[in-house]
Design a binder for this molecule. Structure first.
Ligand code: GLN
Length: 195
């Protein structure tokens, strides 16, 4: 759990409800032995600045390249996107998507929407959007998981990388957290099978 800034405590709480122990990552030494990472929502400007300052950027880019499962929610999605972040500081830029920040307009601070997400089951997912970005473009290996009102892409996956424009940690629906734990477990099994 990247715990530089933003909604990380809420994620930690959900993972513990699912029986998974999340540790808080602030410095490069916290990366040792990490088997997956959540980059939470918050302020992308602050998160990118702190990531660069604390020397987390290049080790995490290397680990993502080696298959570390990473889930970015909201500002975390902005950190993952290869294109469109448009910030003063560099981002992880590991996922083949183009992000558009504050895509629902600055006036629309937050709203809830029911999303159809077949990958996690038939029931609609109650998604909380807070000054949310959208995914404007997806590369060929990226799987679209959900669209808002049949339009803008708001959840996607590229192998071990998961991106959601909304905040599943602020709801009682645990299916996205469970989905990410499954990605992490599969990645671990794949590494195990090589050794
Ligand atoms: N609009 C914020 C940004 O660009 C993201 C908001 C959020 O993470 N809830 O950083």
């Amino acid at each position: 759990m990247l715990a530089l800034q933003g909604a990380f405590a809420e994620h930690v709480r959900v993972f513990s409800r699912l029986g998974a122990q999340a540790i808080e990552v602030r410095l490069p030494e916290h990366l040792t032995g990490l088997d997956s990472l959540v980059v939470p929502g918050g302020e992308s400007t602050t998160i990118s600045q702190l990531m660069a300052e604390y020397g987390l950027l290049s080790p995490l880019q290397r680990m993502a390249g080696e298959g570390l499962p990473i889930w970015g929610t909201c500002a975390g999605l902005i950190m993952l996107a290869k294109r469109g972040a448009d910030l003063a500081f560099p981002t992880l830029a590991v996922m083949d998507i183009t992000v558009r920040r504050n895509a629902f307009g600055r006036q629309v601070e937050s709203f809830e929407a029911e999303l159809d997400v077949p990958a996690i089951g038939p029931a609609p997912f109650p998604a909380v959007f807070i000054r949310a970005p959208v995914i404007a473009e997806t590369g060929p290996r990226v799987q679209v998981l959900a669209c808002h009102n049949g339009g803008a892409v708001v959840a996607a996956q590229e192998r071990n990388l998961l991106a959601t424009a909304f905040h599943p940690e602020l709801t009682d629906d645990l299916r996205f957290h469970r989905h990410f734990l499954e990605i992490a477990a599969a990645a671990k099994a794949a590494v195990g099978s090589h050794t």
